[in-house]
Design a protein around this ligand. Structure first.
Ligand code: H79
Length: 437
């Protein structure tokens, strides 16, 4: 064997070692595991969908839905001048709401960046009269209130030519040049943007990807992208709204407009794809995510509260969305819902934050959360005088009202719990504390 062979052999050996190394299953770092724990205790975050689309008041999909051409849409940044935007005011509102974190749309499917990106001029500082780095202001204000920040980042892009050819959406958007499609360049662009977002804005506790489903069979280079994120900020949690079982390298699993295991939207995650990672359900206070002028679906306090409690009953966070207006204000009724939740959480937070889901899945009547040997039974507004829960695998020793500590009569036979509801059962959520063995 001559030297050339030895070198060749060595190169092969190193190659195969590094190849097998890179096929190692993902091992989350200690910082990451710690942050997953924090996330799993948080239970409540605020989602913010805000971009230049808000100007048209027709939701964040307006470019696609109205088949607006590239040139036409590119006029919107000129009209985006949110003079009433006050990040500190928003952060105070989120704090008041009892939210532990926010997730902000740094860039949605329209491809417009809400920060001073150095790798795309199509951003709020360079293209809008506002000229302020919204991401920066928001992160600073939230951190000052002790609220953690995650970034929504769209994988799908209706603006850039290198993303082309079009995927499942955006086919009606005129003015794009498919001959300029360059996938490797697009992937590199995303890495560059993520590097900016994770280098220039302090601690960022999660990246929330969306849009994979536009090109489900494309090679998204997720392994490299996730590794980059974890290298830049080890505690940063990666989630991807692909509606499938978690991919290698992800740290939490999200469920869009559905509780884990339910698929009422039809495009949601199937029950058998619900994994073991920390969970997050996302939903809206309005009908749509981004500001829609004619949005008449205004959820009541009762509705949003029920969603929060049911999510907690599934052992999941709720990420509840607001869609600020083009002037930078959050609509009054959305502010009210957040403040109402905050007031409720001030009293009942103990039954939500830091709990685990109950052994029985939530129904339209009730949800269970649990901490140690305390089980919190949330009974939603009802005129019934008694409640039964079958297949409850706890040994119940005592039942009391969470407020007032009044003992409640109950029977628990063959795993079937039956109890009398006190007269205050017309509350939005009557909470009973079950002490179990
Ligand atoms: O950011 C918000 C929405 O704009 C975004 N995700 C939330 C958090 C969102 N994108 N799509 N959807 C919500 C639902 C739309 C799904 C569909 Fe399809 C797109 C149905 C048909 C086209 C996905 C792709 C399912 C089938 C093909």
């Amino acid at each position: 064997m001559n030297l050339k062979h030895v070198i060749c052999g060595l190169a092969l050996l190193i190659g195969s070692v590094s190849a097998s190394y890179s096929q190692q299953p993902y091992q989350p770092s200690p910082e990451n595991l710690k942050n997953r724990e924090w996330f799993d205790q948080s239970r409540f975050g605020v989602f913010i969908h805000w971009g230049v689309y808000s100007v048209l008041g027709d939701g964040e999909w307006v470019m696609n839905n109205q088949n607006i051409s590239l040139d036409e849409y590119a006029m919107l940044p000129k009209f985006f001048n949110p003079i009433s935007f006050d990040a500190k005011e928003w952060a105070r509102l989120f704090k008041q709401a009892g939210a532990k974190y926010i997730t902000f749309t740094t860039r949605h499917h329209d491809g417009f960046s809400m920060w001073n990106s150095q790798v795309s001029d199509y951003n709020v500082v360079k293209k809008s009269p506002f000229k302020r780095d919204i991401v920066k202001e928001l992160v600073e204000a939230c951190h000052a209130e002790g609220i953690k920040v995650m970034f929504y980042y769209s994988l799908l892009d209706w603006h850039r030519d290198d993303y082309l050819p079009v995927g499942k959406t955006g086919g009606g958007i005129a003015g794009r040049d498919s001959t300029k499609g360059d996938w490797n360049q697009y992937v590199q662009f995303m890495k560059n943007q993520l590097t900016e977002l994770l280098s220039n804005y302090g601690e960022i506790d999660g990246i929330w990807f969306d849009g994979h489903w536009d090109k489900p069979n494309e090679d998204w280079h997720f392994k490299e992208i996730y590794e980059l994120i974890h290298k830049l900020q080890p505690q940063c949690l990666v989630g991807n709204n692909h509606h499938l079982a978690p991919f290698e390298g992800e740290d939490f699993q999200m469920f869009e407009r559905d509780l884990p295991g339910e698929n009422t939207t039809g495009f949601g995650t199937k029950a058998h794809d619900v994994g073991k990672l920390p969970k997050e359900v996302c939903g809206t206070i309005a009908g749509s995510w981004g500001f829609e002028l004619k949005d008449r679906t205004r959820k009541s306090f009762q509705e949003v509260l029920k969603y929060l409690v049911k999510a907690a009953g599934h052992g999941s966070n709720l990420l509840l969305n607001v869609g600020p207006m083009p002037n930078g204000e959050i609509q009054d009724y959305q502010q009210e819902r957040l403040k109402e939740l905050g007031k409720w959480l001030e009293v009942y937070g103990e039954t939500i934050y830091g709990t685990e889901g109950g052994a029985v899945s939530p129904t339209d009547e009730y949800a269970l959360t649990k901490r140690g040997n305390q089980v919190y039974l949330h009974v939603f507004k009802t005129d019934k005088k008694e409640l039964s829960i079958s297949n409850l695998p706890y040994q119940v020793k005592k039942v009391k009202t969470f407020i007032g500590n009044k003992e409640i009569k109950f029977s628990h036979k063959n795993n079937s719990l039956r109890l009398d509801l006190p007269s205050s059962s017309d509350e939005a959520d009557l909470v009973l504390t079950l002490t179990i063995k």
